[in-house]
Design a protein around this ligand. Sequence first.
Ligand code: NM2
Ligand code: OGA
Ligand code: ZN
Length: 380
Amino acid sequence: MLNCTLNENGRYITLISDGAAHRYHAVWLRDNAWDEATRSAENGQCLIALKDIPNETYISNLQLSGRTLLLTFAPEGKAIEFDTDWLLENAYDPGATRPAGWTRPTVETWDGGLMSRVPVADFEAVQTNADSLRLWLADIARYGFARLQNGPVEDLALMQVVDLFGHVRETNYGRHFEVRTEVNPTNLAYTGLGLQAHTDNPYRDPVPTVQVLYCLESSAAGGDNMVVDGFRVAERLRAETQDWFDVLSQHCARFEYAGSKDVKLQSRRPMIDLAPDGELVGVRFNNRSASAITDVPFDKMETYYAAYRRMGELIDDPAMEVSFRLEPGECFLVDNRRVLHARKGYAGTGKRWLQGCYADTDALYSKLAVLEAQKQVAAE
Ligand code: NM2
Ligand code: OGA
Ligand code: ZN
């Protein structure tokens, strides 16, 4: 059952669907018009700016027929049709009241319990089958990481992984980088040392949002990988001590990398990153790249350090980890704003060689949305 009324001299409408009422302002509706003078029929882009909509805009007439709503906007005298399903999908009233640290509905946080159902796909399947690719990308959106198996053991195979959804983000480390033991390493990643779970490049702003690590050789003993859900870490910290969650989200940490003489990357961002409305959008954690924290007031510094210590303990808690060993032709991909990755130390005879590169989630989510829309169309 649909019903619609005009209120306060046309300042807003109320759309009632199955007993639930949603209000929409005249200016919002006018701004979201889909007529050909407002939006390009070719590409959907907006042809006008807000200044082209009169400030005193109100709705002078309303007519509901079926699931189409015809609104007349004054003083323009412009009649525009709205699809009520679109309006319901884009309702903003009542707005959600959510606690700081909320995550979007597509995100499912996890701990070591995910070990029995690690998101994984077959290399050839995701390359040749749109459904397999869609499900694999949806897993990355949900869990923040996924593995890929049975890929080619060849130089730059990781580029084929990026080609599945997006574009390489080139950095000072190159379009890709070799992760293996080096003489005079410019980064501790290029040694056989174990690496505590971390996010990459927190000293960069913006950080690369995707990292791919692709195995070409793993005959050395050790070097197992491990991933931890930074969002679950933040949730646990909040559940334990709200103050500690707050201090890490409300103050900036500082990170720096100056491991080779041509580079001095520095950033000032929080370890727990929230959107203005409290959505948890990222974590930054990397013991190797931490620099002096100078943006926390004196009175809060000890609390900050207690929170930072606890965050590290939660990250290192074995109950939080999903671990695996990469064999040649296997890789994993992380959402680098969410999932931390680690490796155990390795040594002795044999070799360990990974190739890594960065990419970004914007293209990944775009690809996923396109594949989901195509599936929807096919189902109709
Ligand atoms: N490498 C692998 O963020 C970091 O410094 C971790 C990055 C050198 C590109 C290592
Ligand atoms: C890295 C890294 C892990 C590994 O290169 O950023 O964390 O498995 N490497 O070598
Ligand atoms: Zn790393």
